[in-house]
Design a protein around this ligand. Sequence first.
Ligand SMILES: [Zn+2]
Length: 395
Amino acid sequence: MSNKFVPSFDLLLKNGRVIDPANDIDDDLDVGISGTIIGAVEKNIDPSRSKKTIDASGLIVSPGLIDLHAHFWGYEWSVMPDELCLSTGVTTAVDAGGAGHLTFDDFNNKIISKSKVRIFAFLNISGLGMTGEPEQDLEGMSIESSLAKVRQRPDLIIGLKVAHYLGPDWEPLDRAVEVARNSKTFVMVDQNPISSRPMDKMMLEHMESGDVVTHCYGSGKNMIDFSDKVHQYFFEARNRGIKFDVGHGAGSFSWRVAQSAIDQGFLPDTISTDLHSSSYLKNQATMPETMSKLLVCGISIQDVFKMSTIEPAKQIGHPELGSLTVSGVADVAVFKLSQGDFGFTDNGLSGSRVRKGAFRLDPEITIKSGEVFWDRNGRTKSDWLQTAPIDTPNI
Ligand SMILES: [Zn+2]
C-alpha cells in the first residue's frame, strides 16, 4: 500500500482579496485550482495540499473578465485577440459584429478556433460584416440566412449586431430583432440618433427586453441634455429591460456624460472596451483601464467587478463563466490596485481630455481554464537561484 501524498491542487492563490460578485464574496480567501477547474475557495488552505502556491496578499483575485464588446475581425482596426485580452485579465471576449452570415465561417477558421482566449460573436445583420459599405446595404441583410447561421453555431454566436447604419429608417434594427427573437438571442445596437431615427423611439419601440445599447456614455448617444440631466426615456428603457453597455472605444466614452449619468443613478449593466487598435492606442481602452475609470466615477469596486464578470456572463447566456464557483472552469484574474497620481483620458464629441485618479487596476496574473497565460511579476515561477547547472555540449 502506497503512502504517496497526492496534492489536491495544482495551483494555490493564497491570501488574496477575492471579489466574486456572483457568489456575493468580497473577503480574504485562498483559491485552489485543480486542473481546469476551481477546486476550493476557502480560508487557510494548507500549502502542502498544492503543487504550487502563490502569495496573493495585497492583490485582488477575481473571475476572469468578460469583455462584451471587442473587435477581432472584419473591422479595419481589428486586433489579434490573445495578446490584448490575456495580458489584461480577460479570459472571454465577444467580437461585436465583425462578421456576418457570409463571413462568419472564415472568422471562425482563422481567428476564433486558433485563439487561446475564449471568443464568442455577435453576428452582424449585414451579410459581409463591418468593413466599408455592407452596413449600409439593405440587400445584404438577410433575415433567413442570418437566422440559419445563428442556429448553425449556437456554441459561438450569442447575438446580433446592428451598427453604423446611416439610412433614414429602422430596417436593419427590425431585421436583427426578428432574427434575435427567433433564435432566442439578443441584439447589441450602436446607432447614433438622427431626426428620423430618434433614440427614444429606438429603445422604447424597436428594441426589446434583453437587447443592449452599447457606447452608453458616448457623447454621440445623447444620454444627457444641455443641463447634464439624463433623459427620462433612458430610465423608461431600463425599466422595460433594455441593457446598457459601456463599449469605451476611441470615440464613445465621455467623462462628462459618464459622471453626470452615474451621479443620477444611471450605472451601466456591463463594462466593455470596444477593443481595437485605435481605442487601445488612443485611450488604452483595456478592461482594467475602463474599470479603473468607472472606479474614478464613484462606482464601488464590487459593482465594477460585477459589471465585468457575472453580468456579461449572464448576458451572453454563460453564467458559469463569470464566477469562481467550486467545480466551475478555472478562469481567474489577479490585479494590483495601484495607488498614485494617474491620468485617464476620454474621447468623442465632448473632446479628448484627461482626468486624474488615485487608483488603477494593474493586471498581474491571468489564468484561463487552469493555465497561466500572463504573469507580470513571475509570481508563479521559482527563484532563478534554483537554476541547475547548465550542461552545455563541450565544443
Ligand atoms: Zn465596436
